[in-house]
Design a protein around this ligand. Structure first.
Ligand code: FAD
Length: 486
């Protein structure tokens, strides 16, 4: 039996291990942390439970597919519910808008808040769906480095519509043209952050992102986001995949440009194939120090990172939904701070998520588990902890002003993450949430591929390689990588 080593147990590593096992490999997963799941970690204290990473679960079909491939019923491993609303938005002037999932409810809300823009929003959602159907699914399902992909009928058809993808406009430019209300422009600009990009730089083709959330739906897994890697690990183990934790890979050994083994501090694991789930920057700079790194790809701009406060709050806030956004007054200035000045914005857009209204066990009775996230630069700084200490008051002041509360007096427990701790906890270079950004016309197409044509037996998966970050794309990266194995 051919031996495969998967380095890292993020969602892509777990999905890759399952696919390799189903392909007939003897699979070993080596993980440097004491537990699996990578960014989908959790933290609990005094009756509060927090998912530390992703909170929005989209395109569950990519997860279900793994169980179905193994001949299992996904529902016996894992369940989820569709949310009534994608997100609730708050502005400082008191305006609120809920992006309901159900079309009639959404239409009524649009008539109430943006009475002249109902049609424009409907048209935009249709355009987003069309773009995904024409090109989005090719991007997320295929290896872009293969001639077969480019010669396929699907791609030929997609290319005939090239001008409609608006590669020369930014998301913001297209949004400004399609909507007359500045608040709606801001709302649709925000979708750039779903892959850690800047709406003033990311191409308008990415205005298909709302379809991934609104068209397919926003979901929440029973038991929280942590139940995603838990279900994947259970399936992997049933298929015979072996796991070793606290086992950091230090190098990948090659002989005649072919993978031969993987070395950790105390062991060497001979293998025929390596699937690395480690950020591609670290894979080359730490695990393959003697190979020629693909400079252009490794120098690509990183996606945004985040500062996050996990607060156990001893009060219920019925005015909040599951996903909430408290917008800044000047979005352009905010993105300039993050991507050009590499500073935290003075007036931040704040994301608040609570799972406790869906999962009673996530907080004590009458209390809520707040995940409060602010987009931040993926940048090296010696003092991220001190910066986050100081920033806490800016965040609390803004929440107090918008929700008319006294948050400080309600916080019972606290945990934090920032770019430096995201980097050290999950091995994501500079703490980028989604690998590289999609800022620029071709950025999304220039991500590192799922193979390296100069090294036989080496495959790549995870948020830093094609097709990119976010749970659905990471799952797809594992599929594309394993499908490339002859
Ligand atoms: P990762 O989760 O990055 O895991 C990599 C694993 O490799 C880690 O376990 C690490 O310990 C291990 N590793 C690294 N180096 C070594 C080594 N040398 N040896 C052994 N093991 C090693 N996505 C969404 O879809 N929805 C969201 O709402 C969302 N929100 C997010 C919020 C936050 C705060 C963060 C951080 C991310 C968010 N994302 C979201 C993005 C999403 O979490 C990631 O794209 C995805 O989880 C990355 O998975 P991955 O497979 O690339 O591996």
């Amino acid at each position: 039996m051919q031996k495969a080593v998967v380095i890292g147990s993020g969602v892509a590593g777990l999905a890759g291990a399952i696919r390799l096992s189903l392909k007939g490999f003897d699979v070993l997963v080596l993980e440097r942390n004491p537990s699996f799941g990578g960014k989908l970690a959790q933290w609990s204290k005094n009756g509060y439970r927090f998912d530390l990473g992703p909170s929005l679960f989209t395109m569950p079909q990519f997860l279900d597919e793994l169980f179905e491939l193994a001949g299992k019923d996904p529902r016996t491993y894992f369940n989820y519910q569709k949310l009534d609303a994608d997100c609730k938005y708050f502005w400082k002037d008191g305006t609120t808008f809920t992006m309901y999932a159900e079309e009639n409810k959404l239409s009524q809300e649009l008539d109430k808040v943006f009475p002249n823009e109902n049609q424009a929003v409907q048209k935009r959602l249709e355009k987003a769906a069309l773009r995904y159907e024409r090109i989005g699914h090719i991007f997320t399902e295929k290896n872009l480095r293969s001639a077969r992909t480019w010669l396929s009928k699907d791609v030929a058809k997609a290319l005939t519509k090239l001008p409609s993808y608006k590669l020369n406009s930014s998301m913001h430019q297209e949004n400004s043209k399609d909507f007359s209300d500045a608040k709606l422009v801001q709302l649709f600009d925000r979708y750039a952050t779903y892959n850690g990009s800047n709406p003033y730089e990311a191409p308008a083709i990415l205005n298909m992102i709302p379809h991934l959330e609104h068209g397919f739906g926003a979901f929440f897994p029973k038991g929280g986001m942590r139940s995603i890697p838990t279900a994947l690990k259970t399936l992997a183990e049933e298929l015979g995949v072996q796991f070793r934790f606290d086992e950091e890979v230090q190098s990948i050994s090659l002989s005649k440009k072919k993978v031969t083994s993987v070395k950790t501090k105390h062991h060497e694991y001979p293998c025929n194939l390596v699937l690395t789930n480690v950020d591609v920057w670290y894979t080359y700079n730490k695990l393959l120090p003697n190979t020629n790194p693909p400079k252009k790809q490794l120098e690509q701009e990183r996606s945004s990172s985040a500062v996050i406060y996990y607060w156990g709050v001893k009060q219920a806030f019925p005015e909040l939904d599951i996903h909430n956004i408290l917008f800044s007054d000047d979005y352009k200035k905010e993105f300039k701070s993050i991507f050009q000045d590499k500073q935290l914005p003075k007036d931040p857009t704040i994301y608040i998520h609570r799972s406790s209204p869906l999962e009673q066990e996530d907080a004590p009775n009458g209390c809520e588990n707040w995940f409060v996230m602010i987009n931040a630069p993926a940048a090296k700084k010696d003092n991220w902890n001190a910066i986050q200490d100081e920033y806490r008051q800016t965040v609390i002041d803004k929440i107090n002003a918008v929700l008319n509360t006294n948050l400080e007096s309600l916080i019972e427990v606290e945990h934090r993450l920032n770019p430096a701790s995201i980097d050290s906890n999950t091995g994501s270079y500079l703490g980028a949430l989604y690998g590289t950004s999609s800022n620029g016309k071709y950025a999304a197409f220039l991500r590192h591929a799922n193979t390296n044509s100069n090294i036989k037996g080496l495959y790549f998966c995870g948020g830093s390689v094609h097709p990119g970050g976010g749970i659905p794309l990471c799952l797809q990266s594992a599929k594309i990588a394993v499908d490339l194995i002859p």
